[in-house]
Design a protein around this ligand. Sequence first.
Ligand code: 5RP
Length: 218
Amino acid sequence: MTKEKLKKSVGWAALKYIQSSKIIGIGTGSTITYFIEALNSIKEKIEGVISSSNYSSNQLKKLGIPIYNLNNLNGLDVYVDSADEIDAHMQMIKGGGGALTKEKIIAAAAKKFICIVDSSKQVNILGRGPLPIEVIPMARSLVARELVRLGGLPEYRHNVITENGNNILDVYNMKISNASLLETKINNIPGVVSVGIFAQRRADIVLIGTKEGIKTIV
Ligand code: 5RP
């Protein structure tokens, strides 16, 4: 089965966790596009969504799914998003699509984070690929120097301005043996808006699209 088919199967599998009359948090990316497609099939049953990016909002608007403002809610029951990497402890690296800050906010507001991935995203230790970090533009070099001190090789993601008006640094070769500790250390660098390590707010349920079917980790 192709990776695209696995993404589609896991996107549709997440429907099982969606309850009627609820507002649902929506992540960003190609896997989530399949979840949005699935959500469209039950859109009359849900109240609406909170979107993590313009990319997802555009898809949701085209389908006529109402988008709410997080500030007008007391919280959120469920957030569905994907990841660039996920380990056995349900810790993730996110931000490949550059939407990590809004994704982190919605994940923090949600009672349940359901992560949907194809099997290629599973890793033993986070850090196989780059670690995205959103930074305030004037702090880009300062943050990059601190990241080198932490053992990483930061690369400026050229021609990308986030929806919050910031830059992205993609950090290579970062040794992530204690993801939660590194999340705190990077968060504490002045100028860092968000780090793409989701360890302190990890997933609660993981659905993995595999050739053998959907694997669920709770
Ligand atoms: C966006 C993300 C995405 O969840 C992550 O990049 C996975 O994307 P895809 O579903 O396209 O593989 O964190 O910021």
